[in-house]
Every structure is written in structure tokens, then in C-alpha cells.
Design a protein around this ligand. Structure first.
Ligand code: SF4
Ligand code: SF4
Ligand code: SF4
Length: 249
């Protein structure tokens, strides 16, 4: 019998919400374990260092030790998958990059700041090659399983490149702009089936930006609906501050 793919799961700076979602695979866990060997997972088992076929990695990189560790993981993994907004695009951690890092260290650690060598937060792809991404904050089990199944079957997972608006229109949702809400759907990457607008809420952009986001077009929609461009920019930074570095609001 062919050897099962060896899978390892790692975390960096994040809330571990994506990993908890992986631990909660109650119905599918036995199926998953039948197809792969999980060889490393700090949250669920003791360390068993070695090489692995697929590494799933949560969290952004925000210390010198993170940078060292992600290089080591990359060296040992055939395929590396970034899991969740923090790992894929820097996520909420990226907001610390908006201000000078010294100021952030001072505010968080006070006089102990020299004990904590924190760096501006980075997504994994800023430091190592990332083969695939599972987006969202937190990542959803459905999407994780799609990528996981494709990789175990030796196929290429397909990542959506259109916007949340595309999925929202297909679901025939009423656009929340008409209710006076600022929605980031026009510039946010699809894949969640327009989860928030489907429940009458605005999109906060957790899945990251579409390739080549039309930020000028987004501004025009906001102005057309009498909504604040400044407020929209602040919301956009919540999950996408790293990608927006250097872009003028
Ligand atoms: S993406 Fe969200 S849920 Fe996942 S680790 Fe980051 S903050 Fe937590
Ligand atoms: S509610 Fe949001 S995602 Fe849906 S069409 Fe309007 S702007 Fe796009
Ligand atoms: S609608 Fe937006 S905020 Fe909600 S899950 Fe989808 S990408 Fe994330």
C-alpha cells in the first residue's frame, strides 16, 4: 500500500481560531486520518520532528524567531499552505504596521520592550514561497476540506479570483449599500459565498483583496451612496493593512 501523505500543522502570530476550526472536524476527522498521517501538530499532539508532504500554517510572522522557523518549515515541506487571513495577507496583525514599530513596542510592552523583539507583521508569502492559500478569518472548514482533498488526490486546488459581489449577485441578495452600509465586497476576494451580505451584514474584507482591486471604482460607489471614503479605508485596513502599505487612501 502506498504511503499516506504526511501532514504537519503549525501556528505563528494569530488567535488560533483557524486551528480550532481544524480541531473541530468532528464528522470528517476519521476520514481525514484515514488518508493522511498527521506527523506534527502542537495544538493536538507531542512534537515529532521530521519531513512532511504538506504543511498547513496559520498566523502571520511578527518576530525574528517566526522568520527563522518559517524557513525551517519551508525547507522540510513539499507543499506549504497558508491558512487564514493572518497567514495569507497579514490579517488583523497587519494593523500594527500602520504606526512606527518602536511606538507599538513602547505602547504594548512599556519599559520591557527590549525583551520582546517584535517586527512589523508579515504574511507568509512575504518571506517564503507559499503554494496554496485557504482564506478567511477564520478559515472555513468547507474551504479547508476542498484544498485538503485536492492536495491529497494530487490535484491543484482552485482559488477564486472574482469579488464577493459576484457571489452576492448570484445569490440575488439585496445590496447593503442601499441600506446605508459600507460593504467591502467590490474589492474582496470571493469564496465565502457572500456569507455576511447573505445575512444582511456588510463585508469587512476578511478574505483579502481581489487581484488588482479597483479602489477608485470603490470610492465612486461610496460617494454615489453618500458614504464615507475615510471610514471605508479604515475598515479596509482591518484585514488588509499589509497589502495596502504604500497605497494612498
Ligand atoms: S485568520 Fe482570524 S481566526 Fe485565523 S488565526 Fe488569524 S485572527 Fe485568528
Ligand atoms: S452587499 Fe456588498 S457584496 Fe453584495 S453586491 Fe452589495 S457591495 Fe457587493
Ligand atoms: S462576506 Fe466578507 S467579511 Fe464576510 S466572510 Fe466573506 S469575505 Fe469575510
Amino acid at each position: 500500500m502506498a504511503q499516506k501523505p504526511r501532514v504537519a500543522i503549525f501556528d505563528f502570530t494569530g488567535c488560533e481560531g483557524c486551528e480550532l476550526n481544524q480541531l473541530n472536524f468532528e464528522d470528517q476527522l476519521l476520514d481525514i486520518l484515514a488518508h493522511v498521517d498527521i506527523v506534527e501538530w502542537r495544538e493536538a499532539m507531542d512534537d515529532r520532528p521530521g519531513e512532511y508532504d504538506i504543511a498547513f500554517v496559520e498566523g502571520s510572522l511578527s518576530t525574528p524567531d517566526c522568520i527563522k522557523r518559517i524557513h525551517e518549515i519551508r525547507r522540510r515541506a513539499k507543499v506549504l499552505v497558508a491558512v487564514g487571513a493572518c497567514a495569507v495577507q497579514g490579517g488583523i496583525n497587519g494593523m500594527k504596521n500602520i504606526r512606527p514599530i518602536e511606538q507599538v513596542r513602547e505602547e504594548v510592552y512599556g519599559e520591557d520592550k527590549y525583551l520582546f523583539p517584535t517586527l512589523p507583521a508579515l504574511p507568509l508569502r512575504a518571506v517564503v514561497k507559499v503554494d496554496h492559500e485557504v482564506r478567511g478569518c477564520p478559515m472555513t472548514q468547507i474551504e479547508f476540506l476542498k484544498v485538503f482533498t485536492a492536495l491529497v488526490m494530487g490535484k491543484e486546488p482552485i482559488e477564486p479570483t472574482s469579488s464577493v459581489c459576484t457571489e452576492c449577485k448570484l445569490k440575488e441578495n439585496e445590496c447593503v449599500f442601499t441600506k446605508g452600509m459600507i460593504c467591502l465586497g467590490p474589492v474582496t476576494r470571493a469564496g465565502c459565498d457572500a456569507h455576511c451580505p447573505t445575512f444582511g451584514q456588510y463585508c469587512t474584507g476578511c478574505r483579502g483583496l481581489v487581484p488588482e482591486p479597483n479602489l477608485e471604482g470603490m470610492k465612486e460607489i461610496l460617494v454615489e451612496h453618500g458614504l464615507s471614503v475615510q471610514e471605508a479605508w479604515k475598515r479596509l485596513q482591518l484585514y488588509n493593512a499589509v497589502e495596502l502599505e504604500g497605497v494612498r487612501s
